[in-house]
Write a protein that binds this ligand. Sequence first.
Ligand code: NAP
Length: 286
Amino acid sequence: MTSRLTFGVLGGDRRQIALAESLVLNGYEVYACGFDRTGFAADVKKGSLDDIVRECGIVILPLPVTDDGVFLKMDFCEDKIALDDSFAEQMRGKRVFGGMMERLYRTSAAWKEIDTADYYTREEFAVRNAVPTAEGAVEIAMREYAGTISGSRSLVAGFGRVGKVLARMLRGIGAEVTVSARKPADLAWIESYGYRPLLTADIGGGEPYDLIFNTIPAKIFNRRVLSDLRGCSLLVDLASAPGGVDFDAAEKIGIKAILAPSLPGRVAPKTAGEIIRDTVCHMMGE
Ligand code: NAP
């Protein structure tokens, strides 16, 4: 019989494995579907979609719910679950959580009548997710840059959640940190934290950097700006698609540029899964 407090973890990547395990460790009964090619460290019940429909009152979908807009994201299973009217109808009567849910809503009109919520849009999710994102950026720089971060001239473009956490980490390792922003208040905060403030519009104005990390989801690093940053050894683009870097121009100019999406799931699936768990639990509490 369906229990409101039995969780169904349906599809996803290593974050959802950690999510399912941590829910079990918190005392919940958890069914998981879409993980045929992997195991669980805790007592997660591997099941089918039918098992989840029958047993679970709460269903947690992955982040993103779908990559292609047609099938549920399932990295550990050959079978596919189509996102269509039939899938939506099976979720009727349940509380359904997921990440980037607008992609799911486009697959069936029935979602309008189903109790859904998007954990990806929550501020606490984005703030906590900034930590594994920043650690992933530092890991890329350590791997790809021939020098040390310590003593490097590092630029962080953007002073949002990721920019703030990353700037703090880089300085902790000993980098000379410049941070760009467009709002005077942010520039004042950047200065007060002891970083070098730079107006985003002035990036490429002659200052040399060894490492650049972009967090701005707009094409700031275009051909003109990149030509002015010719001496830069590595540019890591963290911003979501379409990103902030003209990669063709970077290659022609000779700047090694790396697009680095989905870092939390790649570098810290355990923490990323726990962040999803905590966010869903907050939303349920409300
Ligand atoms: P955020 O808090 O919204 O920060 C974005 C920053 O970019 C802010 O400083 C913002 O300035 C600035 N910005 C936005 N549009 C701009 C424009 N047109 N011109 C100049 N500055 C602009 O976002 P976040 O949470 O730090 O995330 C940053 C990006 O990383 C997003 O695209 C996010 O989706 C992505 N992300 C990637 C990963 C990954 O694994 N790679 C993980 C998490 C997030 P204002 O405050 O003035 O608007």
